[in-house]
Design a protein around this ligand. Structure first.
Ligand code: SAM
Length: 213
């Protein structure tokens, strides 16, 4: 069979594209497998005030469901929630900025994220979120607040004008049952925001999910 140059020129880019796509699929699966294995293996072993497994999955699913791409996390610790959020961002084509004040915890979180192949999806900031949060210039469609609780309302206020029209702001350790102190203060505030609705998921450690209407 004679194959002329034009046929080769036609087939080569198609072949190249097929190989590229195959490679991408295989690599994607490899990262997914690694993350899944890491989360399963570490389940129950997190000791640094980390979110429970079910809350991590809740955040992950919310991001995927709504297609969020620009995430901000306050309180990285050793990175359990960070892994879930970054994994979801990888699937939506998004990215996460995460803030932690404790250098040792942040170093562990960084190592975890790098080891499972999610390094490209996370920017780690080291410092006081009281300063780093209001200093953010970008817009966010997803926020997870999990640092010092008495500052929750202020964090919300700091980011309120930076939320995109479809954004959700989530906060950890919130339960409708604890109707006093900082929880009450936080729920009272978010419930007063006119263009947002709040629901509380109490299936794990308590997550308040406040979304634009
Ligand atoms: C509950 S832990 C976060 C757990 C993390 N989301 C996870 O699931 O692995 C809270 C973290 O917030 C950090 N933190 C507390 N106050 C902070 C502040 N003002 N700025 C930055 N980080 C702070 C603490 O050092 C701690 O590691």
């Amino acid at each position: 069979m004679r194959v002329n140059l034009r046929t080769i020129m036609f087939i080569l880019p198609l072949l190249w594209q097929a190989v590229w796509m195959l490679n991408r699929t295989v690599l994607a699966d490899a990262v997914d497998d690694k993350v899944q294995a890491f989360l399963d293996e570490e389940r129950g072993r997190w000791r640094d005030l980390n979110v429970p497994f079910s809350d991590g999955r809740l955040l992950h699913d919310l991001i995927i469901e709504r297609g969020f791409k620009r995430g901000f996390e306050i309180g990285t610790s050793t990175g359990h929630s960070t892994v879930w959020i970054a994994w979801a961002m990888r699937k939506t084509g998004g990215r996460l900025i995460t803030v932690e004040i404790d250098a040792e915890r942040q170093a562990i979180a960084k190592r975890n994220i790098e080891e499972i192949g999610l390094g490209d999806y996370v920017e780690f900031l080291l410092g006081d979120a009281h300063e780093l949060t209001p200093a953010q210039t970008g817009a966010f469609d997803f926020v997870f607040s999990d640092a010092d609780k008495e500052w929750y309302v202020q964090y919300f206020k700091d980011l309120q004008t930076k939320l995109t029209p479809n954004a959700c702001f989530t906060a950890h350790n919130i339960s409708n049952r604890w109707g006093r102190g900082w929880v009450k203060e936080y729920l009272d505030y978010v419930n007063s925001v006119p263009d947002m609705t709040t629901r509380v998921d109490s299936s794990g450690g308590g997550v308040a999910i406040t979304c634009k209407r």
